[in-house]
Design a protein around this ligand. Structure first.
Ligand code: 5GP
Length: 186
């Protein structure tokens, strides 16, 4: 039977997870990115069903109650979660499914998906993380402050994850990720 696997990419907001994932997807057709549900409002240019499923609190809470999420967390005042159904379906079809999620959800996923391989992406430093968050200019000052505060707590648990990679340089980090994702042991 062909069976894929589940790779969880986590790390603080601004560390470069999104860029890493987008590049991996463009290079490897066997990869599939799970689309999360969130109660956060769409940013300019974000599309429902493509970047996220943008839903309200009532709908999100009903998904939790009906056990439709593989993991979920509250982050910077909003809910984020991984719909269970697509992930399982794609794994059964032999895809390598990627989740790009925050740290609490990545910790929790071991309970619902014990074979998940969880990779933590570290920034070179907190200063660098702050300048990346500011540089992408997508968040308000209040949101950046919240995200930096959370980042300090998130970095403190990085060693609990299966693999830890410091994102100094995009190409180098991609090569490390490719080695981990496509190795037969993982
Ligand atoms: P953003 O608001 O910047 O899109 O995402 C905020 C944080 O939520 C990021 O660290 C992102 O990886 C994370 N996130 C996105 N989708 C999910 C999800 O389904 N579950 C969890 N736990 N975190 C998610």
């Amino acid at each position: 039977m062909i069976s894929g696997k589940l790779i969880v990419l986590t790390g603080p907001s601004g560390v470069g997870k999104g860029t890493l994932v987008r590049t991996l997807l463009s290079r490897h057709p066997k990869l599939y990115l799970s689309i999360s549900a969130t109660t956060r409002s769409p940013r300019l240019g974000e599309i429902n069903g493509q970047d996220y499923y943008f839903i309200n609190n009532t709908k999100f809470e009903s998904m939790i109650q009906q056990n439709q999420l593989l993991e979920w967390a509250q982050y910077a005042g909003n809910y984020y979660g991984t719909p269970r159904i697509n992930v399982q379906e794609k794994i059964n079809k032999g895809f390598i499914v990627l989740l790009e999620i925050e740290v609490a959800g990545a910790e929790a996923i071991k309970k619902t998906f014990s074979n998940a391989l969880r990779i933590f992406i570290l920034p070179p430093s907190l200063k660098e993380l702050e300048s990346r968050l500011r540089g992408r200019a997508t968040d308000s000052e209040q949101s950046i402050t919240k995200r930096l505060k959370l980042a300090k707590e998130e970095l403190a648990v990085s060693q609990k994850f299966d693999k830890v990679i410091t994102n100094h340089n995009l190409e180098k980090t991609l090569r490390q990720l490719e080695l981990i994702i496509f190795s037969t042991q993982s």
